[in-house]
Design a protein around this ligand. Structure first.
Ligand SMILES: *Cc1c(COP(=O)(O)O)cnc(C)c1O
Length: 393
């Protein structure tokens, strides 16, 4: 079956249990799929755009209300939609970071944060992760002090990932934000692996900006995301244009400079909106997701030579494991080499692992039913037994 010449239908999530870390939280709801069909045309949300001609003011469909609900959902006052979390980062660095300004990231920061700082000429200093791959308030305080000594001023911004993409560990955002605020450093909360997956309250965490990813964690089409802030910061971050062109003397109303006016003009926004009721509901079931994740992790721990590299007990469904002492040993002599693992998983109906990876790799159990988690756990055990790796009971 094809969509068009050369474009096969994609049915991975229909035919397999997908454990790809980056894909599982972004899969569309049925309502979002309907929205994709109805709003696929370019600028489709602009049918009823009236004065003051801005996306977040459109009433039909209820985009204005969605913006208010989105802000409330993450405990912030003003929210805007952006084409991906990365565009949220760059709107913030573009507002607060000047050339040569120090900016604090962490040794577990996502590359898009690095690029968002680099794009405005900021200078990156990393907060080191402690043993066990955790970012602590103490480490943040020490790094701020060292920036003060080096630059003679505090960093212009600090960005902290609540859940890092490498280990899926949960970091002390509240503690880090408290320390940063003692030095008047604004704090950006990166919720790429949390907003839309688990309950997030920016006010409670004490952060200035909350960024989420629609296509990673909010069951929305790519590229989509959210950027939210407090009332105080919103006049800076969402400043409106004051430009007047020199010949035609045109001005541009209340278009927001850092967003380059309107952002998501069709399928991405409406897909995000269509999934929103389900997303708001699903964050209430985070404990069940954790239980499913732990079930799979416990099975892997029973396979001799397998090490869980992420913190234990698991507090997120994204987990990094090291199977150098188990599956990678098999790979050394197996006729399929390293490909035996992904291939055996695929045969059992499990997809989303990197073909050939048998040493250190990641998986994400988000969105599974408990039966699927049980099945996945048993699949790993069965592959181990089939390949004569000892399994403890
Ligand atoms: C995926 C990811 C991003 C990038 O998100 P986009 O919405 O694709 O821009 C940023 N930070 C972390 C921690 C991520 O995992």
């Amino acid at each position: 079956m094809r969509c068009a010449e050369g474009i096969e239908v994609r049915d991975l999530d229909e035919c397999y249990i997908n454990i790809d870390p980056i894909q599982v939280g972004g899969r569309l709801t049925v309502d979002a799929m309907k929205a994709v069909i109805a709003y696929g045309d370019g600028y489709s949300v602009c049918d009823h755009c009236r004065k003051p001609f801005r996306l977040d003011h459109i009433k039909t469909p209820p985009i204005d209300r969605f913006h208010r609900e989105l802000a409330a959902f993450i405990g912030m006052e003003e929210a805007r939609v952006v084409p991906g979390a990365r565009r949220g980062f760059s709107a913030v660095t573009g507002t607060y970071v000047g050339k040569g300004d120090p900016v604090l990231l962490t040794t577990l920061s996502h590359y898009t944060e690095v690029l968002a700082v680099e794009s405005v000429g900021g200078v990156i200093r990393e907060i080191p992760a402690e043993l066990g791959h955790n970012i602590t308030a103490d480490a943040a305080a020490m790094t701020i002090e060292s920036v003060l000594r080096e630059f003679g001023r505090a960093p212009s911004l600090l960005m902290i990932d609540h859940i890092d993409y490498q280990y899926g560990n949960v970091h002390d955002v509240q503690g880090v934000a408290r320390v940063a605020h003692q030095y008047d450093i604004p704090v950006l909360y990166n919720g790429a692996y949390s907003v839309g997956i688990l309950p997030v309250d920016g006010r409670d965490l004490g952060v200035d900006f909350v960024v989420g990813s629609g296509h990673k964690s909010m069951a929305a089409p790519a590229p989509s995301g959210v950027l939210a802030t407090s009332k105080e910061r919103s006049t800076e971050l969402f400043r409106t244009t004051t430009a007047k062109t020199d010949l035609s003397l045109r001005t541009f109303g209340i278009k927001e400079v850092m967003l380059l006016g309107c952002t998501l003009m069709g399928v991405t926004l409406i897909g995000m909106m269509a999934s929103f009721p389900a997303v708001r509901e699903r964050v209430g079931h985070w404990d069940e997701e954790i239980a499913n994740g732990r079930r799979v992790v416990e099975a892997l721990q029973r396979i001799e030579g397998t090490k869980v590299v992420s913190e234990l007990p698991r507090k997120h469904t994204l987990t990094r494991i090291d199977t150098s002492g188990s599956f990678d040993r098999v790979a050394k002599t197996h006729k399929k080499r390293g490909f035996f693992l992904s291939s055996a998983l695929k045969e059992l109906g499990i997809a989303g692992t990197i073909p050939g990876a048998t040493k250190v790799w990641k998986f994400n159990t988000y969105g599974m039913t408990s039966r699927q988690a049980e099945y996945t756990a048993n699949a790993f055990l069965a592959i181990a037994e089939e390949n004569k790796i000892p399994v403890s009971s």
